[in-house]
Design a binder for this molecule. Structure first.
Ligand code: ZN
Length: 168
């Protein structure tokens, strides 16, 4: 089932998410729905708070909705090592019509758990490293709009306010 994407500035996106204690049938169902939603919205990653669940869970597929070859589910992901720095051009399903260039680590090592309850360790570079950092940011309540300068952020805030006003 496709889920609704929560959009900025909803409060759940700014909250620190809680750890997942165990893999339950409900969690598996949520994962299925998140994967479907990610592909359907042409995303390459989705974090649980983006569908309103404040838990530490992400799904990613840097090969994109076209190829669907590198899908991974990571529970309680954590960046344990970082190396280098790159400029990364990003957008986010929760921040419509917003693009920006931000600084990211070039390489990251991420640990966590998969849906089988096994420990995983991912050594990532290139797009995979960026997607991981972007999605793990969501679990700490950080959006790309939080990573840009105040001017750009204020402009986006104004745009969003206008949209919300026009919807009502
Ligand atoms: Zn995002």
């Amino acid at each position: 089932m496709k889920l609704d994407i929560v959009k900025y500035p909803e409060a759940v996106l700014a909250k620190e998410c809680s750890k997942v204690e165990k893999v339950t049938p409900e969690l598996r169902e949520l994962v299925d729905n998140m994967v479907e939603t990610m592909y359907d919205d042409d995303g390459i990653g989705l974090a649980a708070p983006q569908v309103g669940e404040s838990i530490r869970l992400i799904v990613i597929d840097p090969s994109g909705p076209k190829n669907r070859e590198e899908m991974q589910v990571i529970i309680n992901p954590e960046i344990i090592e970082r190396e280098g720095e790159v400029d990364s051009e990003e957008s986010c399903l929760s921040c419509p019509s917003f693009r920006c260039v931000i600084k990211r680590s070039e390489k990251v090592t991420v640990t966590g758990m998969n849906l089988e309850g096994e420990d995983v360790r991912i050594e990532a570079d290139e797009l995979l490293a960026i997607v991981l950092q972007h999605e793990i940011d969501h679990l700490d309540g950080t959006l790309i709009v939080d990573r840009v300068g105040r001017l750009k952020r204020n402009m986006y805030d104004k745009k969003i306010k206008k949209w919300l006003k026009n919807q009502n």
